[in-house]
Design a protein around this ligand. Structure first.
Ligand code: NAG
Ligand code: NAG
Ligand code: NAG
Ligand code: CU
Length: 178
């Protein structure tokens, strides 16, 4: 292996590591933060522009005592019911949540009428990134060091050679016969 292909190999390994170890931090609502939005579908719209993958982090930006974060079941998300949260209510802001379960997750703020005002978030967490997630087949990145040449197929050349031999044998036979 020469120097260039060694460098290429190292770069390919680094790229693969970068792909598999990338953790995305999703700042909920981006600049809006975690609040009662003017547009009640703000967090729905925000979620639709994000691709949530297992291991990613949700970062809720809010001031302690003004808002909180509770994970709830779908039904509670829809009706803004906060008496049956999943796990503990996160009271201290800002806070990070690591997405360690695939599938649907629902979060609401349990303070006042905030949830009814649109401070609610529904996301879908996938196990693998939908784009550029799959590792490419090994062809290309690591060409095999020895190239095996397949035996040539029955070629026209060998075919005509065979024909010449047959013709020679035929003429010899004819020569003997006559
Ligand atoms: C939550 O409250 C609703 C009514 O406000 C009640 O019907 C329901 O049983 C309660 N759920 C729990 C788990 O306490
Ligand atoms: C949330 O995670 C990001 C990225 O790892 C980090 O920069 C930030 O400090 C974290 N915030 C909290 C409150 O842990
Ligand atoms: C999650 O994905 C499933 C299957 O594609 C879909 O039925 C469901 O509505 C999605 N849920 C959310 C909260 O986007
Ligand atoms: Cu709130």
């Amino acid at each position: 292996m020469n120097k260039m292909s060694a460098i290429g190999g190292v770069m390919a390994i680094l790229m693969v590591l970068q792909c598999t170890e990338a953790v995305t931090v999703h700042v909920v609502g981006d600049g809006l933060g975690w609040t009662v939005p003017e547009d009640s579908s703000a967090y729905q719209n925000w979620a639709s522009t994000n691709n949530f993958v297992l291991g990613d982090i949700l970062s809720f930006n809010f001031e302690t005592n003004r808002h909180d974060v509770a994970e709830v079941a779908k039904g509670s998300y829809e009706t803004c019911t906060s008496n049956n949260t999943i796990g503990t209510i996160l009271l201290t802001g800002p806070t990070n949540i690591t997405l360690n379960r695939a599938g649907e997750h629902f979060y609401i703020c349990t303070i006042g009428q905030h949830c009814n005002g649109g401070q609610k978030l529904a996301i879908n967490v996938s196990t693998t990134p939908s784009t550029t997630g799959a590792l490419p087949p090994s062809t290309g990145a690591f060409p095999p060091s020895t190239t095996t040449t397949p035996p040539p197929p029955f070629s026209a050349a060998s075919g005509s050679a065979l024909a010449s031999v047959a013709l020679l044998l035929f003429s010899l036979f004819m020569g003997i016969a006559f």
